[in-house]
Design a protein around this ligand. Structure first.
Ligand code: FAD
Ligand code: SF4
Length: 495
């Protein structure tokens, strides 16, 4: 092993893996935008870590990954050990390495941002696990003792999968139920393949199979199997149901033909691209089937500036749209989407129209345009984000053949939760016990939820995490909550 260069970050500039050439992307290439480091590139990029002694990266990572430590193992070429260390904190490292908004999380806090460019933490995390898996690495569960306990996980999204991973490592027999035909939740049915190739999910499925996790796919709890049955047959139940009710904004004209909700558009298209349903037939259990219009040569306008909006604009580019615009009511600095994704979209030819408030959709049968008004930023709202205020008399019309509405998601808890005493917050999120760190350790002014274990619902056998608890958020926070909920379940099963 070569000694770590002290000034590796000076000798070696920050370099992301090569990207698919622009012309191919614009010509409909759905492959993952960023390629993979080869061993030599990964070692060089991992060797840029300064080992600054104050790993803000690890603090800013919601999972508190051991980033400097696995970067050093990667620099030394010890990918199997690095993969094991990655998995100590992160049940889904190769996935987070691909889809985390690193510019806001680990890399955004890297000390080298001070003029040298952050270490490419996400790309190295992806490399470590991909390389180790290719060498045959698998989690070592040889010391795990079966507890004789059984847990049902509802939802095979990142929250449910992370919970299942940790339960399996704790010797708990785990069965994951999901209404869809493949695991991943939004990782499979939402996030497009240019951000996350679906073979990655299949590899993760094999890993979890190998760990003894059972899957019952195509099974909707509440329709195909009842919650009563699960509560009878299992010692605990984890709810990782996600957050799926999309906000439509109530715009006049939103029922016109070729006005599409974002998620069904992405899901349907993803199914076609991945070959899961090449003929685009409706899927059993998928209530949101829409007929996808051909976008070739069309003027596509996407309303909304979050991650979902970015996935829609970049999908529209690959589907051959003549022009793609993104309308967002605030300015670029206040966009919720990752800056990296915005830059990629811009490079692919997407036009951003900031400070525009959509007022309505025009047309008689088919949509023909979007009525918008200019905005200025006003006072901050309750969450500290400045409101967009419409400028009187500034209305204009954007011509459009297809409009995609990407205004975000709200929790849509199933009715059967209430029948089992699982209480909700006012906005529909599942109420769970807080972590001590979040209520200051003492939980003064305690509410009912504060007397519960972290991630335990108001039904003692039922735990929950991910978007169903937080509201629409991130893969890495869902993974964190699944991991922590599993720890709470294991504690509860021991008591
Ligand atoms: P989900 O991933 O939604 O999984 C929930 C699962 O529960 C689903 O598979 C569903 O079928 C299943 N389920 C629900 N009810 C039942 C039932 N009754 N019976 C059986 N199964 C059930 N985050 C990022 O970090 N980076 C990104 O780039 C990013 N891009 C995104 C792009 C889009 C288009 C969207 C919509 C979201 C994106 N996100 C991104 C957010 C991220 O995908 C979610 O925060 C994350 O997937 C939430 O995980 P979850 O496990 O809580 O829920
Ligand atoms: Fe960064 Fe996400 Fe990996 Fe954490 S999990 S180190 S935030 S890429």
């Amino acid at each position: 092993t070569t000694a770590k260069p002290v000034f590796g970050f000076r000798e070696q500039p920050r370099q992301m893996p090569a990207r698919i050439p622009l012309a191919l992307r614009q010509d409909g290439d759905w492959g993952e935008l960023y390629g993979r480091f080869d061993h030599a590139e990964a070692k060089k990029q991992a060797g840029r870590c300064l080992d600054c002694g104050n790993p803000y990266c690890a603090w800013k990572c919601p999972l508190h990954n051991y980033i400097p430590q696995w970067l050093e193992l990667a620099r030394q070429g010890r990918v199997q050990e690095a993969a094991s260390l990655c998995h100590e904190t992160n049940p889904l490292p190769e996935i987070c390495g691909r889809v985390c908004p690193q510019d806001r999380l680990c890399e955004g806090s890297c000390t080298l941002n001070d003029g040298f460019g952050a270490v490419t933490i996400g790309a190295v995390e992806k490399y470590i696990v991909d390389a180790a898996l290719a060498e045959g690495w698998r989690p070592d569960l040889s010391n795990v003792m079966a507890t004789g306990k059984r847990v049902a996980v509802i939802g095979a999204g990142p929250a449910g999968l992370s919970c299942a991973d940790r339960l399996a490592r704790a010797g708990v027999a785990t069965t994951v139920f999901d209404r869809y035909e493949a695991i991943g939740g939004l990782l499979h049915f939402g996030i497009p393949s240019f951000k996350l190739d679906k073979t990655v999910m299949r590899a993760r499925h094999e890993i979890l199979d190998g760990m003894g996790v059972q899957f019952r796919l195509g099974v909707e709890v509440g329709r195909d199997v009842s919650m009563d049955t699960l509560l009878d047959e299992f010692d605990a139940v984890f709810l990782g149901l996600g957050s799926y009710r999309y906000t439509d904004g109530g715009l006049p004209g939103q029922d016109l033909t070729n006005v599409l909700p974002a998620l069904p558009f992405l899901v349907q298209n993803g199914r076609l691209v991945s070959g899961l349903h090449p003929e685009g037939a409706p899927i059993a259990g998928w209530e949101d089937h829409i007929a996808l219009p051909d976008l070739k040569g069309k003027r596509v306008v996407v309303l909304g500036g979050g991650d979902t909006g970015m996935d829609c604009v970049r999908s529209a580019v690959r589907l051959g749209a003549a022009s793609v615009s993104c309308v967002y009511r605030r300015d670029e600095a206040n966009m919720p989407g990752s800056a990296r994704e915005v830059a990629n979209a811009r490079e692919e030819g997407v036009q951003f129209l900031f400070n525009r408030q959509p007022l309505g959709l025009l047309g008689t049968e088919h949509v023909t345009g979007v009525r918008v008004a200019d905005t200025v930023l006003g006072e901050p709202d309750a969450r500290g984000r400045r409101n967009a205020v419409v400028v009187p008399g500034s209305e204009s019309v954007l011509a459009a053949d297809v409009v995609i509405i990407a205004f975000g998601f709200q929790p849509d808890p199933p009715q059967w939760l209430a029948a089992h005493g699982v209480e909700l917050e006012r906005d529909g999120r599942i109420r769970v016990g807080k972590e001590r760190s979040r209520c200051g350790g003492g939980c003064s002014g305690a509410t009912a939820a504060d007397t519960l274990l972290p991630f335990q619902s108001t039904h003692p056998k039922v735990f929950a995490g991910g978007d169903a608890v937080r509201g629409a958020d991130l893969v890495v926070t869902a993974a964190y909550e699944g991991r922590e909920a599993a720890a709470a379940i294991v504690r509860a099963l021991k008591s």
